[in-house]
Design a protein around this ligand. Structure first.
Ligand code: RUB
Length: 324
């Protein structure tokens, strides 16, 4: 079944190259590739089946390090492999059902976040968003569908221009939108009432890891007393941060920032290209999840109640839930 294995590696390649990007989409694409792989992989017995799925999971996990949605999603569906099943066929069915459940829950979560987040956008607001987050956009699009009249600002998002995707969505919805370079965010902040962004990971202390530049925008918002709302599904909270683990910040190729021919002429210059940064909880007013809106200081409760990780319980083994 060589071509099925390619499906996992194709998906992995697309995630690495950012043809599939955004924390939620990455998680759903990985689970879907894993489901397809498990549906078709040949295995003589249960241990063989489990290790074939595990191997594919490893390939997907190695793609991008920062979005915790990826390990959370994979571990959630992999949990179904530890349920006693009598045969490979039964294990396949259970695994496939877990994958479908995750994908559906993830899509529903975006809608639910949109519905909750939209209530925080008021008539006359000017709302700034950074990067291209489907959850952040869900809040804006739902507010617009609700009839709230507001304006949007969208940043360019160097170096990969995810802002182009965002302005396309805002344009198509008919939301009046201004497009600005990232470095203009502070200049315009006095006109902004609310910043809405997504998240790749949220730590136990409520810090939000998101697209590079988010923390500068949050700092400028804090300075001008503009509210910052983060829209993120519960599976973007990072259980292992309870143990003091840090979230790895992906640093990508310098060629994304400086074209090769210029770099070649300047051999003494090193280009640094972190893809994400960390915004401390103090600069965030609200995190909207599918379970409701919380202040960032309540992140631990999401990790405990929805991901199943408790302080004090940890002994080195995965306690289950959605945790990596
Ligand atoms: C995407 C990014 C998004 C979050 C949330 O970075 O930082 O804000 O992933 O997105 P990249 P979503 O383009 O490098 O993947 O709400 O769609 O999950």
């Amino acid at each position: 079944m060589m071509w099925r294995a390619m499906t996992v590696s194709d998906t992995a390649e697309k995630i690495k190259k950012m043809e599939i990007r955004g924390a939620g989409r990455i998680a759903r694409a990985a689970v879907s590739a894993l489901q397809d792989h498990a549906d078709h992989v040949h295995a003589d017995d249960l241990p063989g089946f489990r290790s074939a799925v595990q191997l594919a999971a490893g390939v997907l996990l190695a793609t991008r390090p920062t979005a915790v949605s990826l390990p959370n999603a994979i571990h959630m569906v992999m949990n179904s492999l530890s349920i006693d099943s009598g045969s490979v066929a039964e294990a396949r069915t259970l695994f496939s059902a877990a994958c479908t459940r995750f994908i559906t829950a993830s899509e529903n979560a975006v809608d639910r976040i949109g519905a909750i987040g939209a209530r925080h956008i008021r008539d006359g607001d000017v709302v700034l968003t950074h990067c291209n987050s489907e959850t952040a956009l869900a809040c804006l699009l739902q507010a617009h569908r609700n009839g709230t009249r507001f304006e949007a600002f969208a940043t360019e998002v160097r170096p990969r221009n995810q802002g182009h995707l965002t302005i396309r969505a805002l344009h198509d919805a008919g939301i009046p939108t201004s497009f600005i370079v990232d470095s203009a965010a502070r200049y315009f902040m006095k006109e902004i009432d609310l910043v809405v962004v997504g998240a790749d990971a949220i730590t136990v202390n409520g810090a939000v890891v998101n697209k590079i530049g988010t923390s500068q925008i949050a700092l400028a918002a804090h300075e001008s007393r503009t509210s910052v709302m983060v829209a993120a599904e519960t599976y973007k909270f990072a259980p292992r941060t309870i143990l003091g683990e840090f979230i790895e910040i992906e640093e990508r190729e310098g060629s994304e920032v400086l074209p090769g021919e210029i770099a070649a002429a300047l051999p003494g210059i090193r280009v640094r290209n972190p893809a994400f940064d960390v915004t401390p909880a103090g600069y965030i007013d609200l995190i909207v999840t599918e379970e409701g809106a919380i202040p960032p200081q309540m992140a631990y409760l999401i990790i405990r109640d929805f991901l199943g990780w408790e302080i004090g319980e940890f002994s080195g083994a995965d306690p289950g839930g959605w945790g990596p």
